[in-house]
Write a protein that binds this ligand. Structure first.
Ligand SMILES: CC(C)CCC[C@@H](C)[C@H]1CC[C@H]2[C@@H]3CC=C4C[C@@H](O)CC[C@]4(C)[C@H]3CC[C@]12C
Length: 783
C-alpha cells in the first residue's frame, strides 16, 4: 500500500497500537521478542523501537488478513497465503487487546479500501482540481459583480422613486430643480442597469466558454480512449497473426526427430514462478548442447539449479515485504548442473512397482469412461448418472467490451454477467482435480516411496488436463456455500468442499478414499492485463497414504487465460511445482516444471518435466510429458559422470497418466468431461448450502441467462448485506472492548499444522453423519 493510501486510511480513523510481543521464528531460535506496530491498516514488526524508521522486518496488511487465537496468550495472523505471524503476548488481556485492535483494523481497512475504490470510480471522469477552482473563482467574481450591481440598482431605484414622489407633492422647491433631480437619478439608474447587463453578459460568456472548453476536453478524451482501444485491438490482432505465421513456419520446416525428442529443462527454483520462463539464453545453450552432446536416442538434458533444501523456503517464496526472508533469499546458491538422462532401449526391469488386483484395466478405461466403474469399490450399487448437461446457448457478447474498463483489476472485482461462466461453482471445479484418482490408488500400492512420489506427480499434472479448452469462469462461491460429491460407488472416493472465508475468498476441500486422503485450501489472486488474465493460486494441496504414513504437499502453478481481446480464449499453465514429502516420506521431493507455451519454441508445447529426489538429494525418478495428454515416468538406474555434471541412465518409461478422450459433442456443452457433467446433477438430501441448490447456477445451466443474471445479483447483494451486518457488529463489539467471534465455517476448523507454523482448514469429519441424520441445523441461509 502506498504512503498516500496509508495516510488516507489513517485519516479514516484506523486504530493504532504498538508494543513488545513474542514472534515465532523457527525451531532453532523459537520465539523472539519483537516490537510490533499496528498503523494505517498494516501490522509491522521490528527488532526494536530504534529500527522503526529504517528496518522493518515484516508486514501484513490487515485488509484480507485472517486472525486466530490459539490459546490464552497466543494468536496467529496471516494474509491467507504468503505471510503468517505466530505471536505470543505476555498475558491473556494483552493478547485480547491486540486481537481486538487487529480485528477492528481489518474491518476498517476493508471498508476504507472499498470506499476508495468507489471514489476512484467517481473521480475517474472528473477534471483536474486546480482548473476547477480557478474557473469557480472566476465565476464567483463575476457573480459578485452582479450582486453589487443589484445593490446599486435597488439603491438608485429607491432614490428615483423618491424623486418622482417629490415631483408631484413637494411644493417647496421649484419644478425645474425637482425635474433636474429626477433626471439625475434616472441617469444613475440607467448606468447601474447597464452595468448589471454587462456583468450578466460577462458571467454568461465565461460560463459558456468554460462549458464549451469542458465539452471539448471531454470529447477529446473520449476520442483518445477510443483510439487507444483500437490500437490495443490492432496490436492484439497483429500478434495473433504473427503467432499463427510462426506456427506455419514451423510446420513448413519439419523439425528433425532428434531435436523433437530432446528437451531442455530449466529447474531454476528461485521461489517465484515468473522466473521459470525460457530465456533466449536457455535456447542458445539448448542448441549448443545438442550439437555437442546428444546421441539422439530419446536422451534429454536437465538443467538443475542446485540450492538449499526446498522445505526451508517453502513459505517465504512470495513474501517480498519481509526483509528477514530477503536476507535468506540472498543466500540461495545457484550452481548450475547439466545432467544427461538417457533411456536405453532395453527395459531395465529394475522397478518395484506392484500391480493391484482391483486396479482398473487401463486400455478398457480409455475406450469407455464408463468402464472406470469397478464393482469392487463398494457394496453399494453404482448410481445411474446423467451423461451431459444442456447445450450452451449461443448469445454472443464480447468479453473485451466488458473487460476493457477493468485493466489492472483482480478478476473477482470485475462484474461479469453469467455469459462467460460455466455452470459449475469453483467448489465443484476443484473436485475435478480427482478425475484421475486411480493414479493415487496406484501410488498407494507403491512399495518404493520415490516411485510413489513419481505417481503423485503424475496425479498433480492430471488435474490440469481439463483446462485445455475450458475457458468458462466458474461461479464464485458464496461464503458458507458447500459441495458434496460422493463417488464411493464408482470411483471409491467422496469429497466435501466449503467456502470458508470471504476476505480473502478461500475454499477448503477434503476428499477421502480407502487408500488415501487428499485435502486442499484454495484461494487465488488474479490480474487482468489487457490481452490476458494471470491467475496465481494460493494455498496448499496434500495427499496422505495411511498405509505407509507417507504424505506429500504441493502448490498449484500459474494459470494464464489468453486472447481476451481477440481470437479464441486459450489457457496455459506455467511455473514450478515442488511436491514435498513429509511424515514417513520426509526428505523426498519432486520438482516439476511446467514450461510456458511459446510460439517461437521448437519444443513440444504444454510440456512438463521433472525429477524425484530422495533424502540424499539423489535423483531417483524422471518425469516427462505434457499436461494436456500424458505423463511418463522412468526410474534412474545408474548415475555416472561428475557430481557437477552427472549423467543419469534411466530404465524404460511407463505411462503413469493418460488423458481420456473428450466425450463426443462436448464442445457444445462447455467442453465438459463426463465427470464435469455429473457434478451439478440435482440430488436429494444434500445440504441446503450445496451448490446444486444455487438458483443462478441452475438457471444458467438450463440456458435462462437473463433470469440467472438477475438471481446472481440478488444473491451477491444478500451476501453483502450479511457481511455488512457482521462488520458493524464487530466494530460495535470492538469499540466496547468486547471480543467478537470470528466467522466460523460449518464443516472445517482452522488448526495449526503439525510440524509447521502454518494454519490449515481441517475437515471436522461431521458432514456425512449430519447428512445421514438430515440434520442441517446451523447451516446458514445463503440462497
Ligand atoms: C472468462 C475469463 C475472463 C476468465 C476465465 C478463467 C478460468 C478459465 C480460470 C479462473 C481460475 C482457474 C482455475 C484456477 C485453479 C485451478 C486449480 C487446478 O488444480 C486446476 C485448474 C484450476 C481449476 C483453474 C482452471 C481455470 C480457471 C477456472
Amino acid at each position: 500500500m502506498t504512503d498516500a493510501a496509508g495516510n488516507a486510511l489513517a485519516e479514516k480513523g484506523l486504530p493504532e497500537m504498538k508494543g513488545w510481543l513474542l514472534k515465532w521464528t523457527n525451531y532453532i531460535k523459537g520465539y523472539q521478542r519483537r516490537w510490533f506496530v499496528l498503523s494505517k491498516g498494516v501490522l509491522s514488526y521490528y527488532r526494536n523501537q530504534s529500527e522503526i524508521n529504517h528496518t522493518c522486518r515484516g508486514t501484513i496488511s490487515l485488509h484480507g488478513a485472517l486472525i486466530h487465537t490459539v490459546d490464552s496468550c497466543t494468536f496467529v495472523i496471516s494474509n491467507g497465503g504468503t505471510q503468517t505471524f505466530h505471536i505470543k503476548a505476555g498475558t491473556e488481556v494483552e493478547r485480547q487487546s491486540w486481537v481486538t485492535a487487529l480485528e477492528l483494523a481489518k474491518v476498517k481497512a476493508i471498508r476504507a479500501i472499498e470506499s476508495e475504490e468507489e471514489e476512484e470510480e467517481e473521480t475517474a471522469q472528473v477534471v483536474p482540481s486546480q482548473e476547477i477552482s480557478s474557473v469557480v473563482r472566476d465565476l464567483t467574481e463575476r457573480l459578485e459583480n452582479m450582486r453589487t450591481c443589484y445593490d446599486l440598482i435597488t439603491k438608485h431605484g429607491a432614490a428615483l422613486q423618491r424623486a418622482l414622489n417629490d415631483l408631484e407633492s413637494n411644493e417647496e422647491e421649484s419644478l425645474a430643480s425637482r425635474t433636474k433631480i429626477v433626471n439625475e437619478r434616472a441617469t444613475l439608474f440607467r448606468i447601474t442597469s447597464n452595468a448589471m447587463i454587462n456583468a450578466g453578459n460577462d458571467y454568461l460568456h465565461s460560463a459558456e466558454a468554460q462549458g464549451h472548453k469542458w465539452s471539448k476536453m471531454l470529447h477529446h478524451e473520449r476520442e483518445q480512449r477510443q483510439k487507444l482501444e483500437e490500437i490495443i485491438e490492432q496490436m492484439a490482432k497483429q500478434q495473433s497473426q504473427m503467432e499463427q505465421a510462426a506456427v506455419l513456419v514451423r510446420q513448413n520446416k519439419p523439425v528433425p526427430p532428434m531435436v523433437s525428442s530432446s528437451t531442455t529443462m530449466s529447474l531454476n527454483a528461485g521461489g517465484s514462478s515468473s522466473n521459470t520462463a525460457l530465456t533466449s539464453d536457455d535456447e542458445v545453450e539448448f542448441f549448443d548442447a545438442l550439437e555437442h552432446a546428444l546421441p539422439g536416442d530419446g536422451t534429454f538434458i536437465l538443467k538443475l539449479n542446485k540450492r538449499r533444501s526446498s522445505s526451508e523456503d517453502q513459505f517465504d517464496g512470495q513474501t517480498g515485504s519481509s526483509s528477514e526472508s530477503d536476507e535468506q533469499k540472498r543466500t540461495i546458491k545457484t550452481i548450475q548442473q547439466v545432467c544427461l538422462v538417457s533411456a536405453p532401449r532395453v527395459a531395465s526391469g529394475g522397478g518395484t512397482y506392484v500391480d493391484d488386483e482391483d486396479d482398473v484395466d487401463r486400455a478398457a478405461q480409455l475406450e469407455n469412461s464408463e468402464s472406470r466403474v469397478s464393482s469392487t469399490r463398494s457394496n453399494r450399487p453404482v448410481k445411474v448418472r446423467r451423461q451431459r448437461v444442456p447445450d450452451k446457448p449461443n448469445y454472443p457478447l464480447s468479453l473485451w467490451s466488458i473487460m476493457k474498463n477493468c485493466i489492472g483489476k483482480d478478476l473477482s472485482k470485475i462484474p461479469m454477467p453469467v455469459n462467460f461462466n460455466e455452470p459449475l461453482s469453483m467448489l465443484q471445479r476443484l473436485v475435478e482435480d480427482y478425475e484421475y484418482s486411480d493414479i493415487l490408488d496406484q501410488a498407494a500400492n507403491c512399495k518404493d516411496a520415490c516411485e510413489q512420489l513419481a505417481h503423485v506427480a503424475a496425479f498433480t499434472v492430471s488435474a490440469y488436463a481439463t483446462t485445455t479448452n475450458r475457458t468458462g469462469k466458474p461461479f464464485n462461491p458464496l461464503l458458507g456455500e458447500t459441495y458434496e460429491c460422493d463417488r464411493m460407488d464408482d470411483f471409491g472416493w467422496r469429497c466435501l468442499a466449503e467456502q470458508v472465508s470471504h476476505h480473502p475468498p478461500v475454499a477448503a476441500l477434503h476428499c477421502e478414499s480407502t487408500k488415501w486422503v487428499c485435502w486442499q485450501e484454495f484461494s487465488m489472486t488474479s490480474k487482468f492485463r489487457g490481452k490476458y488474465v494471470q491467475i496465481n493460486p494460493l494455498g496448499g494441496a496434500y495427499v496422505h497414504f495411511p498405509n505407509s504414513g507417507n504424505r506429500y504437499s504441493w502448490h498449484k502453478v500459474t494459470t494464464t487465460v489468453n486472447n481476451i481481446i481477440v481470437g479464441r480464449l486459450w489457457v496455459d499453465q506455467h511455473g514450478e511445482m515442488e511436491i514435498i514429502g513429509s511424515h514417513a516420506s520426509q526428505g523426498n521431493k519432486c520438482i516439476l516444471n511446467f514450461i510456458p507455451y511459446s510460439y517461437f519454441s521448437r519444443e513440444v508445447q504444454r510440456s512438463v518435466k521433472g525429477v524425484v529426489m530422495n533424502q540424499r538429494n539423489e535423483v531417483k525418478w524422471v518425469i516427462r510429458g505434457t499436461w494436456d495428454a500424458q505423463i511418463e515416468i522412468a526410474p534412474v538406474l545408474k548415475t555416472s559422470g561428475t557430481p557437477d555434471s552427472p549423467t543419469y541412465t534411466t530404465g524404460e518409461y511407463k505411462v503413469a497418466w493418460e488423458r481420456r478422450p473428450a466425450p463426443a459433442d462436448s464442445d457444445k456443452y462447455y467442453n465438459f468431461t463426463t465427470l464435469a457433467c455429473q457434478l451439478n446433477e440435482e440430488e436429494e438430501g444434500v445440504a441446503p448450502t450445496d451448490c446444486r441448490r444455487r438458483p443462478d447456477q441452475r438457471l444458467m445451466e438450463q440456458g435462462n441467462w437473463d433470469e440467472s443474471n438477475n438471481e446472481k445479483l440478488r444473491l451477491e447483494e444478500k451476501q453483502r448485506t450479511v457481511r455488512r451486518q457482521r462488520e458493524s457488529e464487530a466494530e460495535h463489539a470492538a469499540s466496547e472492548g468486547r471480543p467478537y467471534p470470528a466467522y466460523e465455517p460449518m464443516w472445517f476448523k482452522r488448526e495449526k499444522e503439525e510440524d509447521s507454523e502454518n494454519f490449515v482448514h481441517v475437515y471436522k469429519n461431521t458432514y456425512w453423519e449430519a447428512k445421514e441424520a438430515q440434520d442441517w441445523s446451523g447451516c446458514p441461509d445463503i440462497y
